[in-house]
Design a protein around this ligand. Structure first.
Ligand code: MRU
Length: 332
């Protein structure tokens, strides 16, 4: 099994997620413009993977400038501006870019090494996060006296990171401990990260699951068909409001109303202390065509328009706990 994103010594190698599940195709990315296109079109996606892509993108820019004999700092600055503009909501992207740029004073090798260590740290971080989250679920499973029915949204698996996921990483470890009865995965319109990517990962992991339409999830929660909801995050504001894939907020509302725990799993790098609250988080709006079509088939009549926010904000009051590699932050 190939890592979602990796460095082969000279270039970025990544799975093209737009091709899944039909085809497992690897991309070899040698320049910043190609990387920016891959991020914009969601070939590379998911907050932690975007952090790694940002850092490796700076490494790529600096290596290329070194080879061409051009100014390293100018190349890094230009790459940072291009990459940061690709997707505004996931703060990990900026974090990864800044980490690699911060090493520039120590020379080009230091930039590459810093990006590689960020890549390796992602694997360790998510392993710790997954174990911690599975411990939390163990306690819940003991109370429930049956394996848990877990609902998740979007894709938070290895495909959203390097090798092991966040929310789906927790589910994977919990499954290995016998704590998972079934996973309900939302299809996640409009781009179907749930039915294309999460289903692909769950199948390979041998974890029992069923897909549910996004609109079905709140009422399944209300009707006692879900023991716990676990999602990832793209940015957590200073007041702990959580931005995540569009459709997360209705799940949190339903979970709160039904007294079902709502867990957010994210690495510490997803916290953004510079953003005071969810109101201040920039929400990416994507192309109308994503909503007007289903896959590549146009479904809306010609002339119809669509509004397509890619993320929503869940207020911290609706979040039972945030689980990171370092701590569990329970609602105060
Ligand atoms: O638009 P995407 O597919 O990049 O959105 C991804 C999500 O919203 C994930 O839930 C989030 O990045 C957490 S990934 C561990």
């Amino acid at each position: 099994v190939h890592r979602t994103i990796d460095w082969d010594g000279e270039a970025i190698v990544a799975i093209d997620q737009t091709r899944l599940p039909a085809e497992e195709r690897l991309l070899r990315i040698e320049d910043v413009a190609t990387l920016a296109e891959a991020i914009r079109s969601l070939r590379i996606r998911g907050a932690p993977a975007l952090g790694v892509a940002g850092a490796l993108g700076i490494a790529l820019a600096v290596r290329n400038a070194q080879r061409e004999g051009t100014d390293l700092r100018a190349a890094a600055d230009k790459a940072a501006a291009i990459l940061a503009a690709t997707r505004p909501t996931a703060v990990n992207l900026r974090w990864g870019i800044d980490q690699a740029r911060g090493a520039l004073d120590a020379g080009p090798d230091a930039v590459v090494n810093s990006a590689i260590s960020l890549l390796e740290a992602d694997v360790r971080t998510n392993r710790q996060l997954a174990e911690r989250g599975a411990d939390w679920l163990d306690a819940m499973r003991a109370r429930a006296q049956h394996p848990l029915r877990i609902l998740t949204h979007c894709n938070t698996g290895a495909l959203a990171c390097v090798e092991i996921g966040t929310a789906l990483g927790i589910i994977q470890v919990a499954h290995s401990r016998g704590a998972v009865g079934e996973v309900l995965a939302t299809e996640t319109r409009p781009l179907l990260q749930g039915s294309r990517l999460t289903a692909w990962e769950l199948q390979r992991l041998g974890i029992p699951f069923r897909l549910v339409g996004d609109g079905a999830a709140p009422s399944l929660i209300d009707r006692g068909r879900v023991d716990v909801v676990i999602v990832g995050a793209d940015r957590i504001a200073a007041n702990r409001d959580v931005a995540n894939k569009i459709g997360t907020y209705p799940l949190a509302l339903a979970a709160h109303a039904a007294d079902v725990p709502f867990l957010v799993a994210a690495p510490e790098s997803t916290f953004d202390s510079a953003t005071p609250s969810g109101d201040d988080i920039p929400i990416e709006e994507r192309a109308e065509a994503e909503v007007l079509s289903f896959g590549s088939a146009r479904v809306a009549p010609e002339g119809a328009h669509a509004l397509n926010p890619a993320f929503d904000v869940t207020p911290s009051e609706l979040v039972t706990a945030i689980i990171t590699e370092a701590r569990v932050i329970e609602r105060g």
